[in-house]
Ligand binder design. Structure first.
Ligand SMILES: NC(=O)c1ccc[n+]([C@@H]2O[C@H](COP(=O)([O-])OP(=O)(O)OC[C@H]3O[C@@H](n4cnc5c(N)ncnc54)[C@H](OP(=O)(O)O)[C@@H]3O)[C@@H](O)[C@H]2O)c1
Length: 339
């Protein structure tokens, strides 16, 4: 029987994740049943949405994590034993797994994962699994940016934001990002080629934003919500598109948050406002991944990864998304694949 360390969901957070939210435990895994895989978790993605799985909201796009269960996350895993004809021992797969050394997964709920030699395993997983498809689908299929238009991306130096902004640049747009520090803003303009970047913590944020968008906003790629979204809604042009990718400023609360206060502009500016869950578009991932890889190969798409070493780091790594400590895609690496 396989023994595995894992992070157990032990106490529902009232707001921010605390030291009591998870406990580091050991368990023996059950014997494999038909159709199941025993996997070694290699890399686990830390996603803003993980916090929502710990709440009590009824409206969620998937089953929340139950108290007492292992914490879940999207992961890159290697098959150690298989009771499915779909996968063999040694194969790499990706899908919803656990914050654990080993997990038992349903073979029907995972996908094979491969990556080119010129990309590291963690970086490839970081771009291709969730962040890249989210940025691609949200920006191109929903935002539909046209050359010359102005695009604003919030949480722009994060995993999804940095890719969404660069994809809008590839579409020939003027791209403005918002982020929580001068250093993150510098990264956006100096290294990723954003036309402007504004620190939302600056007192004169709204006037800086208006100055950076002198002819208004055509596409708003929203990752944050709250006051920042309202400032952007007030600058939207007629026929603008508002892509509701995420509302991270609200995830630490189970209460409904008032606003947006500038919703009025959805009519006055004839806006198209559309939210999405990227998991609904998994069938299109191979196509999106091909484009993402091509742009990366051509040096047109840059990406940075915050790699934390070891399963022990998982709670702290997740918290870094909420206290603005991350500089890019947050992943934890547990181990290398065995050949
Ligand atoms: N719709 C989908 O299917 C889908 C899929 C993946 C991700 N998403 C969404 O995409 C967004 C980004 O997720 P990610 O995983 O890529 O994380 P990320 O952007 O790498 O990290 C989160 C960032 O959000 C910013 N932030 C956190 N709390 C904030 C607050 N109260 N106000 C303003 N900014 C705040 C922080 O940056 P600063 O330093 O700038 O504060 C932090 O670095 C999230 O809203 C997430 O839910 C949606």
């Amino acid at each position: 029987m396989t023994q595995s360390r894992y992070w157990q969901f032990q106490q529902r957070p009232d707001a921010k994740i605390t030291d009591d939210t998870f406990g580091f435990e050991n368990r023996k895994l059950d014997e494999l049943q038909e159709g199941q895989l025993l996997v070694r978790n290699l890399v686990i993605s830390m996603d803003a949405t993980n916090r929502l799985w710990l709440g009590e909201r009824e409206e969620l796009y998937m089953e929340p994590v139950k108290l007492g269960d292992s914490m879940k996350g999207f992961g890159l895993c290697q098959v150690v034993a298989s009771k499915s004809r779909l996968y063999q021992e040694g194969q790499l797969i990706s899908g919803l797994t656990e914050w654990a050394d080993y997990s038992v997964l349903d073979a029907l709920l995972v996908q094979p994962f491969s990556y080119p030699d010129n990309l590291g395993m963690a970086e490839a997983f970081g771009v291709l699994s969730i962040a890249g498809p989210t940025a691609y689908h949200g920006m191109l299929n929903i935002g539909q940016p046209k050359p010359g238009e102005t695009v604003v991306v919030t949480a722009a130096s994060g995993a999804v934001g940095m890719l969404a902004g660069q994809i809008a640049k590839l579409s020939g747009c003027r791209v403005v990002g918002t982020a929580g520090s001068a250093e993150k803003c510098r990264y956006l303009t100096d290294e990723l080629g954003f036309d402007a970047a504004i620190n939302y913590r600056d007192e004169d944020f709204s006037s800086q934003l208006a100055k950076a968008c002198p002819v208004g906003i055509d596409v708003q790629f929203e990752n944050v919500g709250g006051a920042i979204l309202d400032h952007c809604l007030s600058l939207m042009n007629n026929g603008g598109r508002v892509v509701i990718c995420g509302l991270i400023s609200m995830y630490n609360s189970d209460q409904n948050v008032p606003g947006p206060y500038m919703f009025h502009n959805s009519i006055m500016k004839r806006l198209k406002i559309e939210g999405f869950v990227i998991l609904d578009h998994a069938a299109q991932f191979p196509l999106m991944q091909r484009y993402l890889l091509e742009w990366m190969d051509a040096g047109l798409l840059k990406f940075r990864v915050n790699l934390h070493e070891g399963l022990e780091c998982a709670p702290e790594a997740l918290r870094s998304l909420y206290n603005s400590q991350n500089d890019g895609k947050v992943l934890i690496k547990l181990t290398d694949p065995e050949s």
